[in-house]
Design a protein around this ligand. Structure first.
Ligand SMILES: [Zn+2]
Length: 308
């Protein structure tokens, strides 16, 4: 009898120990699963934006269970004092060694034109348009920009672009139907040609004088292959029937009156009723603005000022 009891006691102990192990094992397994889930359940922002010079906490907006032990750090280079878009990673680790990498974009933006020259590319204009510099050529929202702020490399350009020529033929044909003969007086001008022209003007009128009507080399739109002067290249062309026709119709063919009357301070150049720039029909129509021309500088929110 005594022996049998002892045997049952032994069996009970065995089951008890077995159950304890079973419970412990099960507990550990679920615990590990939860942690893996915790790492997976983290919600990271895909994009963060801040203004130049304003440091922000990059980790603050990550959503996760704050009761868990999780290590988050940011991988990659960025600088709150440089305009730019930085591709970075969140590296998230839990206490079990589970690791997760989440990509995100940090945008450091500026609303001040002057900051843009110190920034990395691509950056944005004061109106939020994307500025890209490709092989030394500046494109804003995909539109090539040449003015006193933005220049072209000396090697850029070799004649009017095919698009510009085709669009001009359409414009010319339409003008002829209305009885006006519009012809190109000066189209593409190379960097070297502009050097000669500008130096001649400086000799005649001084730098200050020349800068009001002639672009410095690299800053002439004529080097872009998207620009031409028509007919009479002088103030005598103002208010002629041809000038008036162009001012009211050029946008239909993708051209803009680049230096409208009264916008000298914005474009950096005096009124030129003969100077047209191809931008495509869509943008040209916006800039035509039902006859009240908006300049490229105003539309994109950029300056036209020589930097030195
Ligand atoms: Zn011109």
């Amino acid at each position: 009898m005594k022996r049998k009891r002892k045997k049952i006691k032994k069996q009970l102990w065995f089951f008890l120990i077995f159950f304890v192990f079973l419970l412990l094992g099960n507990f550990c397994l679920t615990r590990k699963k939860t942690l893996e889930k915790e790492v997976l359940n983290i919600i990271c922002p895909k994009e963060l934006t801040t203004e130049l010079g304003k440091a922000i906490d990059l980790i603050k907006n990550i959503e996760y269970d704050k009761n868990t032990k999780i290590d988050i750090h940011v991988e990659g280079d960025y600088d709150f004092n440089r305009v730019g878009e930085y591709s970075l990673y969140y590296v998230i680790k839990d206490e079990n060694g589970n690791e997760k990498k989440e990509p995100f974009l940090l945008k450091v933006i500026s609303y001040n034109d002057a900051d843009i020259t110190i920034g990395e590319k691509p950056y944005k204009t004061s109106k939020g348009f994307k500025i890209e510099e490709i092989d030394g050529v500046t494109y804003i929202d995909g539109t090539l920009i040449v003015n006193k702020t933005y220049s072209l490399p000396s090697t850029y350009g070799n004649g009017l672009t095919e698009e510009t020529k085709t669009a001009f033929q359409k414009l010319r044909a339409a003008a002829l139907l209305d009885g006006f003969d519009i012809y190109i007086a000066s189209g593409f001008r190379s960097y070297d040609r502009q050097v000669t022209l500008y130096n001649n003007y400086v000799q005649r009128d001084g730098i200050e004088g020349a800068d009001t009507y002639s672009a410095r080399p690299g800053h002439s739109e004529h080097q872009s292959g998207l620009t031409f002067d028509v007919n009479e290249v002088s103030d005598k062309f103002h208010n002629t029937p041809e000038a008036n026709w162009l001012e009211n119709n050029c946008y239909k063919y993708g051209f803009i009156l680049r230096f409208p009357n009264g916008k000298e301070k914005v474009t950096g150049f005096k009124y030129e009723s003969w100077h047209f720039r191809y931008v495509g029909e869509e943008l040209a129509k916006k800039l035509f603005n039902n006859g009240d021309w908006i300049t490229l500088e105003e539309y994109f929110g950029i300056s036209s000022v020589y930097q030195n």
